[in-house]
Design a protein around this ligand. Sequence first.
Ligand code: ZN
Ligand code: ZN
Ligand code: ZN
Length: 283
Amino acid sequence: MSTTAAPTDNGREIPGIAAFARTATRLHPRSGAPTARDSHIGGPLWWPADEPWPHCDGRLPTSSGKPQEGWTAEHEVDGPIALVGAAQLFRRDFPDLPFPEGTDVLQVFLCPNEHDGAGYYGPAAHLVWRASAEVTEVAGPPPQPASIGGEFVPRPCVFRPCQVVEYPALDELPDEIKLTLSFVDRAGFVDDDYEGWPEVIQGSKVGGWAFWWQSSPWQLDCRDCGAGLRLLLSLHTYEHSDELCSCEQGQKDPAGWEFGRQGALNIFTCPEDSTHSFKLHID
Ligand SMILES: [Zn+2]
Ligand SMILES: [Zn+2]
Ligand SMILES: [Zn+2]
């Protein structure tokens, strides 16, 4: 793992900052031909032949089947629309994912249509946490969604994961810490010429911290239990080149999808129970 030094306040240790270190697993997706047994973006899913393929009826589906508070996001439908298999992540490749007991693969679906909700414009998502051993017969090719733009439909990619320790953007630090920093004023504004804070990865990753660009963190509380939501998965339009790990940087847009204005689709889940309502955010 790349070792990332904890940020300091001009060399002075920041009390409490260690609790904010999180390991991010970069996916480093690149074009490939994954199978249903692989972790991937946009490849075939380890989906049982006897289970119906998930569809969108126009309402935003969530992992728990309950719509998010304030989200009445809908799109017009002529009938149920087949979801697109966006990503599949096996526990053996991503042991840091918060798998509910007994499960070992996360399957992420996106509705290929844009949903228009409270402060959110993008694809609806559906998460399935599955026990892979319970699949005895794998389904054939999935139904093709009709009448869509290709914006949220990925090309098949394989991963070359690596791990990096991340710290939150200054916006996401609690005031108890942020307001003690010498380069932050009492109102919380950061000195214009301050550049010392560690960067957050702008690329597809599991865990770590979200990159906030056009928006700030808000309403990141679980609506089922109130716990602070954590970044589960970030799916990015572009894999930005950087020096946050020492890997060879691959193609810039291997998956070919676009979220918002060349941003990331961030999926936040509850640390107490991964099957509680999740939250989507595009930035
Ligand atoms: Zn939909
Ligand atoms: Zn919860
Ligand atoms: Zn890397």
